[in-house]
Design a protein. Sequence first.
Length: 270
Amino acid sequence: MTVLSHLRSGARMLAVSLLVSAALVRPAAAADWTDIWWAVPEIGWGVNFVQSDRFIFATFYLHDANLQPEWYTGEMSSNADGDVWSGPLYRTTGSYFGAPWNGAQTNTQPVGTVTFTRTSSYTGTLTYNVGAVNVTKQITRLTLTGIRLGAVYRGGFVSYLDRCDNSANNGVARVWTDIAVTQTESGGLTLDFYTDGYASGAITCRVTGSSIQNGLLFRIPDAAYTCGTTFATTALVTQIKATAQGIEGQWQAQFPAGCVESAYFSAVLY
């Protein structure tokens, strides 16, 4: 029995449907790049990204040739795939912080360009130039503190099957589910999905393993993924994130007969 068969038997579906086609097209699920980034182990250099739809405002903290702090900002827009972001880089000066702000002392000048190319949901390559000086950095999200995820949530997930040897098995399920998240001090992370409701005590599917935190995101590189007593595989779980109201994330798993599942979940506190 496939996982879609397990989900189809759940009593609390949002709108379970199988969309059969020779080539399944699904909407892109892009990462949110908002975070503090740094180039390990370069203390004293960093960049902050704040994303608004397909635009990122970047603020740099770095030092000039005389080791004096400089203030730069970048305004990057994404390409169609959301894998590359690029735009102009500016140097800004302003009033002395201990005196009333004086607009006449503010100066913003374009000095070059900046480009961010993702290599994963938590790493990327940053290239920029200030005039004739070109810089390339391999950057990663900076983790400030551990983030608590453990709770019970109510929401849903979408499960896409694609690349099946038999194209008739390609499809999508959209499911209501309660999600119980258990987090341990040692990094263990378990997500239990209850399609019949948390109160039923009946776990439909479980994703569990050792998690890694990168900035605001968690991932489980090699999660055990089971549904019922008849389905078991492994999954790459990424972009698990605590939101203001709950939790979200995604995973990808290899199924029998060539099928690949891409699943996306989002839920609010129960």
